[in-house]
Design a protein around this ligand. Sequence first.
Ligand code: SIN
Length: 274
Amino acid sequence: MAYETIEVRPVTPRIGAEIGKVQLRELSNRQLEEIHTALLEHQVIFFRDQQLDLDSQKAFGRHFGELHTHPGAPGAPGHPEVMPVHADAKSTYIAGESWHSDVSCDPEPPMGSILHLRVVPPVGGDTLFASMYAAYEALSPRMKAYVEGLTATHDGEPYYRGRYTDKGVDDRGKIYPRAVHPVVRTHPETKRKALYVNRMFTTRINEVSRDESEAILGYLVEHCAKPEFQMRFRWQQDSVAFWDNRCVQHLALWDYFPQVRSGFRVTVKGDKPV
Ligand code: SIN
């Protein structure tokens, strides 16, 4: 489709595009349609200079589906579906430091995430995004045949348990999500195949022995992180990134300690991977 109401500038041939000529607070139906098309085409899209408060960020997210509430991280005051993403000199960890697709341990993992940064460090704090279409397509025909039909367990427990105590969360007695998903999923809208295992949540390939699972999973998560499937986004104050968790993994770099990096993420519900 030709874009008539937005500007779309690809960042790499495989993944990512910067979108211009829009204010996310005030979108026409045609702009929304074109933003949706650009997301499907480029997998992660970026907007600069967006003055969004939490209500307008949520309203933007709701154009794409119902909002998802994080199973572990506390929401912003009065906005349970908004996840603060914040790091400063007192932080001992940051959100998303290893490759992942958001909350892939959910039985119906989020389709997309919309992150708006209001404070950025003078340098650093980039986010890396990797195309899982490209990762799947680069597998050898023999490896494609091997992984086709396999399922993997994605478990929130090892990653989330105790993680948010510094934010006042007591998770004793809480049960974190755990789900079984296909190793190769078909994107429900584009119908393209994408690898769907990640370092943060995937614990086991189910149809093979533990040894074999470790070896194959190790190979696949290394493969997914190859530079040729990636792009790197350099944030500015009031940049927004909108990524499609069904075909993208991402990793946040913490190379800016003790500087502040701060913003909010709104996450849109998705469906069961097939
Ligand atoms: C995340 O949602 O995983 C955090 C991404 C980021 O802070 O760049």
